[in-house]
Design a protein. Structure first.
Length: 154
């Protein structure tokens, strides 16, 4: 029964390609293409696997396409000292990211200042009065990290 189903699927799957009427293009990062008489089969090897059948009229894909940019899971973020009397070090490690800018918000959500860290990743918070602040940190890869800090008197 299973072989009949697969045979039937192989016969009618080009008809589904003709019925879709989309441009035949697939991102294939790992794998190979097979082509014969206007029909292209793309196989992607890896995790997850995809199979694509395409003709000049359309395309059908079974499986999932692999992303071109894989997310970075090795991003670490540190900030110290907390509480701080005025100068704080804030760093991002891994994934070749750097800190672009830091927005400082008070506890009521008002923007107090926008800072750019120095080359040694230090920011000056001496101009702030005592209290709790949120630092919204923008990274070069588009990530945004928010941390809570406490500013104490010097």
């Amino acid at each position: 029964m299973r072989s009949i189903f697969y045979g039937w699927l192989a016969v009618i799957s080009p008809l589904f390609c003709l019925g879709q009427r989309v441009m035949p293009s697939v991102t294939n990062m790992a794998g190979f293409d097979l082509s014969a008489s206007g029909l292209v089969t793309t196989l992607s090897i890896g995790e997850p696997a995809i199979v694509t059948l395409a003709s000049e009229h359309g395309i059908i894909t079974q499986g999932f396409l692999q992303p071109e940019i894989l997310p970075c899971n090795d991003l670490a973020f540190s900030y110290y000292p907390n509480p701080t009397p005025g100068e704080m070090t804030i760093e991002a490690f891994g994934c070749e990211v750097k800190i672009v800018s830091i927005e400082t918000f008070d506890i009521w959500g008002r923007l107090v200042s926008t800072l750019v860290p120095s080359k040694d990743n230090k920011i000056q918070l001496g101009h702030l009065s005592q209290g709790v602040y949120l630092l919204k940190t923008f990274l070069t890869n588009g990530d945004v990290r928010v941390v809570e800090i406490v500013k104490v008197s010097q």
